[in-house]
Design a protein around this ligand. Structure first.
Ligand SMILES: NC(=O)c1ccc[n+]([C@@H]2O[C@H](COP(=O)([O-])OP(=O)(O)OC[C@H]3O[C@@H](n4cnc5c(N)ncnc54)[C@H](O)[C@@H]3O)[C@@H](O)[C@H]2O)c1
Ligand SMILES: N[C@H](CO)Cc1c[nH]c[nH+]1
Ligand SMILES: [Zn+2]
Length: 377
């Protein structure tokens, strides 16, 4: 953890907590050069829609359909069973109100598709979107995607101040959970507000690792590596290869190259890195999958480049970075839902099994627990 970043972000969040909307306005002026209404108006939505060429509207609709198709398969149904005339299980409920952060340094409408579609599939009722304005405006494609998804609450707010506003309910109703990726400031702010609200994962600056052997097309591999560096500051790219020739070809533009003795060694290095995306472009890529423990996403073969997954395959592009793939994973529909345990116990089962609870309550010295079970007839 970068302590300087941690205390920098903590100080801004504290100021936002203490001074509320005045602090949010001040940071918005300072970091985004914006000094106006935060909530996007109906007129601005209409203006944005007029700016989008019809051809692009079709592209966006078709993309949303592909993302929706993939995510609908993730919906889990309640898991209930009956035993001794008692009902037990887990039921799932959508989170009531969420916030989605859409990056705006380089505006990413595709990210609103990636977070908004699974939220809708899960049945989330209230969605607030924040994204930083540029020259006082929000990218029209972001507003068009919001409109298509039926999201009306969009705020011209970026960075730490957006995360603070959503978490503490400043200038808007507080959200229950914050979704969406962002730069290191956004990512650290999300980490720090966890507990006040839920967060999806630590989805920071983009990363790619490619495991490739001598059969890989050099040009494909190089462009894939460069694609994620294009996201800018903090992005990382690693090539893990058994081919010296490929290594030399890719040793440029900040790409970190590691030459390994075997593909097994490449897999072990990938596990240490725990990259956001891992491409495997080898003669038999499927053979390596079993060896991979840590990666946000694994893409196999020559025709599954990360940019295809970023935009149109259907898989989600909101993924853990910075080693967080060791303990968390890709955004799914179920991240927008809560698990609730359910039990409806029959008299017979309760009376015959309660001796277990009564004895455990005695062991723990919990008198009222024991009583609660014993008192029933
Ligand atoms: N992991 C994922 O799933 C995923 C997906 C898409 C994008 N990304 C990443 O998201 C990131 C988006 O970054 P971005 O910068 O384009 O957009 P962003 O919206 O995350 O950050 C821009 C905001 O940061 C704030 N900011 C900038 N400098 C600051 C400073 N010095 N102090 C305080 N606040 C400051 C400003 O408010 C600005 O509006 C990229 O790194 C990209 O790789 C990750
Ligand atoms: N590669 C990013 C996830 O790390 C997602 C993205 C959006 N637009 C382009 N790429
Ligand atoms: Zn990308």
């Amino acid at each position: 953890m970068n302590l300087e970043l941690e205390s920098y972000v903590a100080q801004i969040l504290k100021d936002i907590r203490e001074r509320g909307i005045e602090a949010v306005k001040e940071y918005s002026r300072k970091f985004d050069g914006y000094d106006g209404e935060f909530l996007v108006s109906e007129k601005e939505f209409e203006e944005a829609e007029r700016q989008i060429p019809e051809k692009d509207k079709e592209i966006i609709k078709r993309t949303i359909e592909r993302i929706r198709f993939y995510h609908e398969k993730q919906l889990e149904s309640d898991k209930l069973y009956i035993k001794n005339a008692s009902l037990y299980g887990i039921i799932y409920k959508p989170i009531r109100r969420i916030g989605i952060y859409v990056p705006g340094g380089k505006p990413l409408p595709s990210t609103l598709i990636m977070a908004g579609v699974p939220a809708k599939v899960a049945g989330v009722k209230e969605i607030a979107v924040t994204t930083p304005p540029k020259n006082g405006k929000i990218n029209p494609y972001i507003l068009y995607v919001a409109k298509l998804l039926g999201i009306e609450e969009v705020y011209k707010l970026g960075g730490i101040q957006a995360i603070g506003a959503m978490a503490y309910g400043i200038g808007m109703k507080k959200v229950d959970k914050i979704f969406g990726p962002g730069n290191r400031f956004v990512n650290e702010a999300k980490r720090q507000v966890f507990g006040v609200v839920g967060i999806d994962s630590l989805a920071g600056p983009s990363e790619i690792a490619v495991i490739a052997d001598e059969t890989a097309n050099k040009e494909y591999v190089l462009y894939d590596l460069l694609s994620q560096l294009e996201h800018g500051k903090g992005s990382k790219a690693w090539l893990l290869t058994t081919s010296k020739e490929l290594a030399e070809y890719c040793r440029k533009n900040g790409i970190e190259v590691v030459v390994c003795e075997s593909l097994e060694e490449c897999a072990e290095k990938a596990n240490e890195i725990a990259p956001e995306h891992l491409e495997i472009i080898t003669k038999e890529p499927l053979k390596l999958v079993d060896l991979i423990e840590n990666a946000g996403a694994i893409y196999l073969g020559e025709y599954t480049p990360v940019p295809a997954a970023d935009y149109f395959l259907g898989v989600n592009h909101v993924l853990p970075t910075g080693g967080a793939a060791k303990f968390s994973g890709v955004l799914t529909v179920m991240d927008f839902m809560k698990r609730i345990s359910l039990a409806y116990v029959s008299r017979e089962e309760f009376l015959s099994e309660r001796y277990l609870g009564i004895r455990l309550a005695e062991i723990e010295g919990m008198e009222m627990h024991r009583k609660s079970m014993e008192v029933r007839r």
